[in-house]
Design a protein around this ligand. Structure first.
Ligand code: C5P
Length: 304
């Protein structure tokens, strides 16, 4: 019997995010291209002490992380405990590197880590697509945190099709001190579009071709995010950050998901380093980190 497992889960950026009109259930049909990038949370899943229930501790970049049952990781553990014949006492620990409320699926990554971790810890042998289905019950981005790589997400973003892609992409990710709430950004998007005819969402052929060719410049040219205007409206400083990156030679810049993290695509590692230094000393960002993608999704890296 294993004592515990450690699952490493990546952050994501949305290379394209096309948002359709709001549905009666409050969600939006979207079409998005996800890429998993090399910024990781490590989720440790262990059997807890008798009668302890589900507990959660965190280390690393933990400011703003709730440790109670509102945390998606705790909700993921509760879902697994209710669905499968496993012990009810689960001790979770998250070592956080992915920004909180940053538009990079940090909370989703942790929930994905718990689902994959519980499956591995108790040898449940749940098929990958079943794991992704469980994940979609908790949040739209969690299935991608499990699958990783590059994928097109449709529906709420949870219906995934892997995308053909060549090469490694170099990113600089500029983080903000204060996060943005995803529902608030979608609401602001609806407000800005009031009275407009909104087309059905779609990803562009130009993006899919650029990925197949491994052409970073063309990927950069095809990057877009329908939530960007809303994120900038709620956080005007983002416009400044987007400009700074362009001034320092980024191929393209885009707000990641619902923001406020800004993702800059650059040519190579050297450019990434230059831009990281420029952004860090610019005073307009809270932090700047380098990452590459695509990387794999949630997977067990240690058995305790
Ligand atoms: O699915 P998830 O819990 O991550 O979604 C958080 C919120 O983001 C939803 O409550 C909804 O307001 C918004 N959302 C949306 N359309 C999507 C995904 C999320 O409106 N496709």
């Amino acid at each position: 019997m294993k004592r515990g497992v450690v699952v490493r889960v990546p952050a994501k950026v949305n290379l394209q995010l096309s948002v359709g009109p709001v549905s009666p259930d409050g969600y939006h049909e979207i079409a998005t291209v996800f890429q998993a990038v090399s910024l990781f949370d490590d989720v440790t899943v262990k059997v807890g002490d008798d009668g302890s229930g589900i507990t959660l501790t965190a280390s690393g970049i933990t400011s703003g992380v709730p440790l109670d049952s509102s945390n998606l990781a705790v909700r993921a553990a509760a879902l697994m405990v209710n669905r499968y014949d496993i012990p009810k006492d689960i001790a979770l620990h998250i070592k956080k590197e992915i920004p909180v409320a940053g538009g990079m699926a940090g909370g989703s990554a942790d929930a994905a880590g718990v689902i994959v971790g519980i499956d591995a810890l108790f040898d449940l042998g749940i098929a990958r697509d079943e794991l992704e289905k469980l994940a979609s019950e908790l949040g739209s981005d969690i299935p991608f945190s499990i699958s990783g790589g590059i994928a097109v997400g449709r529906g709420r973003g949870d219906e995934l099709t892997p995308a053909l892609s060549r090469g490694t992409y170099h990113w600089v990710l500029a983080t903000s001190g204060q996060g943005l709430s995803t529902p608030a950004v979608y609401q602001e998007c609806d407000r800005l579009r009031e009275g407009m005819e909104i087309a059905r969402p779609g990803v562009s052929d130009a993006m899919m071709q650029a990925l197949r060719a491994g052409d970073a410049q063309a990927v950069g040219a095809a990057m877009s995010n329908d939530l960007q205007a809303a994120a900038c409206s709620l956080k005007p400083a983002l416009r400044l950050i987007l400009d700074v990156g362009n001034d320092y030679g980024a191929l393209a810049s885009v707000v990641s998901g619902s923001g406020p993290t800004v993702a800059f695509l650059v040519d190579d590692e050297e450019r990434a380093l230059d831009l990281t230094v420029a952004l860090s000393s610019s005073g307009v960002v809270a932090g700047a980190v380098r990452a590459t993608g695509p990387v794999h999704g949630a997977r067990v890296v240690e058995t305790l």
